[in-house]
Design a protein around this ligand. Structure first.
Ligand code: NAD
Length: 312
């Protein structure tokens, strides 16, 4: 891996909750709200659920099984909020709708939806079964769109809602051997931009806000997995696993606290955008929404040669 391929930030990146997104600053910021976090059994999802609980939200945590979520449940309950635990495969439409209905019966109307559940199968397409390639699109893209499709009419009827999609920096770059992952995350990010525009069509912008996040590099079940031995045997260490491992140094709380901050409404000016949790949100707010949109910052875009516009 050539470290110069992507450049190096000249502004320091954040690797822990900072300024506006610290626990102290967000204490009570989401008091009484109801938040749903998918894939909350472990890793980043567990961190998001805990941060939302620390900011006062009652949380519904979802994952493939209830048992897997015992630790997250305990950590959230320690914050003195209501916690519901649900077994739900986010790719199963019937189950998603039934689970959301159950959450609203048990905890009340949902205010915040965090689509965090995700999977990664690190192998080139030519060495994948089609099913294992497609499964990533199902979990990482269909899953979030199913929860959003279920929640949107309810948010519309209540005139408010916050949707946070945990995408990835992978949405913005080419990473060989992760085709299902990069394409599903790019689709999720594009959906975030476009759906925010659809909210405007219905007079629901900024009442309903969507965001796409890169959580940073977090050593989790997924973050810590490399390519399989069969792939390494065939291609060698193409991705430079050590280089990547050194980058996985961010705590789940960096993303968790960013979610709590966005859920509190303080980041509404950034709605519809892709936000890298390592970059200070204060700088984005200082830049201002109009300039961010005009300069096409924090959106997926194509840079054509000077003189060629991306005209219809
Ligand atoms: N770890 C990183 O550095 C990193 C970087 C960029 C983006 N992300 C994204 O962050 C999110 C969380 O990743 P993580 O690193 O904590 O991974 P993880 O593997 O530790 O956790 C993912 C969770 O999602 C759950 N899950 C998987 N399929 C599911 C399904 N069909 N229905 C419900 N739950 C399901 C798993 O059981 C697991 O608990 C993912 O969307 C991932 O793509 C992670």
């Amino acid at each position: 891996m050539d470290p110069n391929e992507f450049g190096t930030s000249t502004v320091p990146l954040q690797h822990a909750p900072y300024g506006p997104i610290t626990e102290e600053n967000l204490k009570g910021a989401n008091k009484g709200k109801v938040a749903v976090v998918t894939g909350a059994a472990q890793g980043i999802g567990a961190g998001i659920a805990e941060s939302l609980a620390k900011s006062g939200a009652n949380v519904a945590i979802l994952d493939l099984s209830v048992e897997k979520q015992a630790k997250t449940k305990e950590a959230c309950e320690a914050q003195g909020v209501k916690v519901g635990v649900y077994a739900c495969d986010v790719t199963d439409q019937e189950k998603v709708v039934a689970t959301i209905d159950k959450i609203e019966q048990e905890l009340g109307p949902i205010d915040i939806l965090v689509n965090n559940a995700g999977i990664l199968d690190q192998r080139p397409l030519i060495m994948s079964t089609f099913d294992s390639f497609w499964k990533q699109i199902e979990v990482n893209f269909k899953g979030p769109l199913l929860t959003i499709h279920t929640m949107l009419p309810r948010f519309r009827d209540r005139g408010a809602g916050c949707i946070i999609n945990i995408a990835s920096r992978s949405a913005t770059v080419d990473v060989p051997m992760t085709l299902g992952y990069v394409t599903s995350k790019a689709a999720l990010t594009r959906a975030t931009h476009t759906l925010q525009r659809e909210m405007a069509l219905d007079g629901l912008d900024p009442a309903i806000c969507l965001y796409a996040l890169h959580p940073g590099g977090v050593l989790t079940g997924m973050g810590g997995t490399g390519a399989g031995q069969d792939v390494l045997d065939k291609y060698g260490d193409v991705r430079d696993e050590k280089f990547f491992m050194d980058l996985f140094k961010d705590p789940p709380a960096l993303c968790g606290q960013t979610c709590a901050w966005l859920a509190s409404g303080q980041g509404k000016e950034l709605r519809g955008l892709f936000i890298d949790c390592r970059q200070d949100v204060t700088r984005l707010l200082e830049k201002g929404r109009d300039a961010l949109l005009k300069e096409k910052r924090n959106v997926l875009t194509v840079n054509f040669l000077d003189g060629y516009a991306n005209e219809p």
